[in-house]
Design a protein around this ligand. Sequence first.
Ligand code: DL6
Length: 823
Amino acid sequence: SESGHDVRTGLDAASLSQAVCDYLYYFQGRHPATASRNDFYLATAYAVRDRLFQRGVQSLDALLHRPDGRTVAYLSAEFLMGPQLAANLVNLGIHDAMREALWRMDIRLEDMIEHEVEPGLGNGGLGRLAACYLDSLATLEIPAIGYGIRYEFGIFSQQIRDGWQVELTDKWLHLGYPWELARPERAVAVRFGGYTEPYTDEDGRYRVRWIPGEIVKGVPHDTPILGYRVKTCNLLRLWRAEAVQTFDFSAFNIGDYARAVEEQVTSETISKVLYPNDASPQGKALRLKQQYFFVACAIQDMLRAHLRFGGRPETFHKRWAAQLNDTHPTVAVPELMRLLLDDHGLEWEEAWDVTQKTFGYTNHTLLPEALETWPIDLFGALLPRHLEIVFEINRRLCDGIRRVYPGDEDRVRRMSLIEEQGRRSLRMANLACVGSHAINGVAALHTELLKSQVLSDWVAMFPERFCNVTNGVTPRRFVVVANPGLSGLLDRTTGDDWPVHLDALRRLEPHAEDAEFRRRWREVKRENKRQLAAVIRDRTGIAVDPDSLFDIQVKRIHEYKRQHLNVLHILTLYRRLKQNPDLDVVPRTFVFGGKAAPGYHVAKLIIKLITATGDLVNDDPDVRGRLKVVFFPNFSVKNGEMIYPAADLSEQISTAGQEASGTGNMKFSLNGALTIGTLDGANIEIRDEVGADNFFLFGLTADEVRSAKAGGYHPRGVYEQNEELRAVVDLIASGALAGGDAALFRSLVDGLLWHDPFMVLADYQSYVDCQTRVAALWRDPDAWSRMSILNVARMGKFSSDRSIRDYCERVWHVGPLGVPTEG
Ligand code: DL6
């Protein structure tokens, strides 16, 4: 109310202003006159959080009153949530009210938003997808909890020094993280190591108990996840590892202070840091400990809730639908079995039925190095009881295979949960497949390749388990929050329901023919580019022209994503200009961003190649500023929100068959960028939707890549037969980009010439030709805008709301639960 009484719940500027003031005074002990920017940011966040928790309590209450529905548990080692303030204001519908509230205190909301540090608890696509899905689950009013790890240090923060990536520790908790609430009273115990022993229970049944060697406490930290303009507020519950006994007084009393805190230090190590590898897991014991830690916490939490509300162990699956986000949480399968068998006394068949009905498994990559395996000795030492259960699952699985395929021992070997070659190891993807009732890939092509290649044996035996769910992204964060200019224009043109009915953007189509509308469309883009140019100037010192074509590739740095193919094109243009400085080229700003795994040398060298290309090109007098190459440091969700809206051209140029889906491709297109891309991942479906005429396609197909490789691909031959390619590769090899040091990029060049596993040279000419078509279209601004408008108009399919509806229907069999208005 205007009187300011609704200090915890009011949504008007007066209440909000009062709430922020109260927090400053009574929670932080600050006077507005002396409060720092961080003080104001925290007070603002707390005021918003009150309104979230109010809805969270109501949502839980609604759930309690209808205890028969299923709740989704999204199990994920990564959640890349991004900044929370602006997104929560938008979802609450109080962005303007809060701006006004702060303005009354002489504070700019933009400064608060800018000040926020994001929790980088993920590497890339997989973690960000989990965050988009939480947003959609809440928006669709589906009861859900995201379970994961509260890493003290998330993904490293990236600096560029002398053109190289330098990793700094991420300090997201440094100034306090106001969005979460620790719930120490909800802590659970997690056991590791030790041994098992058989015993006979009072009914004379054979049972097993696990005597652990170590016990760690998992403390939940809850972040409320509010849907867009609905009352449903779900939870992200991240677990922090702590010592059970934080202080060993017996050790302390005899003066051994160091040993007294030792247990605490080792326990807390579990949730200390996110492994910064995007697609190739390190077989580190600590990583397995992390995986079991959060999964054990989650399953205990789920089982506790189920039993508390009157459920029985054998109906667990009727309450919970649990999704395995890749294989990282797969130890949940033997963990649920263990609890049902050992703690609740179910028979094997019954426990297995419950387990399979509970889990679904999403695969996110075909890269062979990403298929997780754990050495049996390591797994058994850490989880001795789980290993026994895995062996029994495997025994039954192999028996089943032999029944269906008598004599086919090769098949048994391939499908076995245990890899017997070399160091015996446990194949997590096979465990996920056998333990789940549903298995899905993340785009149509990816699912097809999974079915025909990596998991073909599983398809043959369990065809009914397989389905596709193409990824999606949340239009709230990636358009409403990130691109207010475009959002306003869309609201005015199509009505304001598109953030929750993205198909409504189809209404834009007729406006593509309206010259005045196209002019306004360009104005929005131009303003976004102007803003990005200012930030680029600020962070890199490079001046770029907002009127040039912004050609952008932001994503993890990986050979299969082929940032170096992009560089070959840039150097091609550069050489043409050197040969003829008067050549009429389209002025372009090439922006790259993305992190390389710290141990991935080639990826780090590619970053150096990009920055070296910038050094060569940016100030060359012959170029006359027409080409600029920028490496935007520390790509993150927050930086992405600035970058996607400013793009003209989206680079989605992975080798066909390699990118499972991609989601950046969707974020760009939704913000009006045109895509240059291969027939890979979700690019294929994007092109199907926007129309082949509105998509710049190049390169080999996945089939062609396979046959080219089977037929003996000779990249050296491609190089020798293409004069321009040869000149560009020679330029890199010459040391001209490395101050004359011909050795610097030698390994990269040799890799391309002699192996080129990702077909960079094979796709070079097709890519360069396609870029020529891009340039030609750019010269016709009306044609470009028309295409850009049609791209946005036809992106409805790629809302994560659609993906979540698909999961609900095909995998989880759950429906929405509305929260009553009065609660
Ligand atoms: O499904 C989300 C995302 C896809 O869009 C990307 O194509 C894919 O590379 C990514 N995978 C990972 C690494 N996964 N593992 N394991 O992030 O998933």
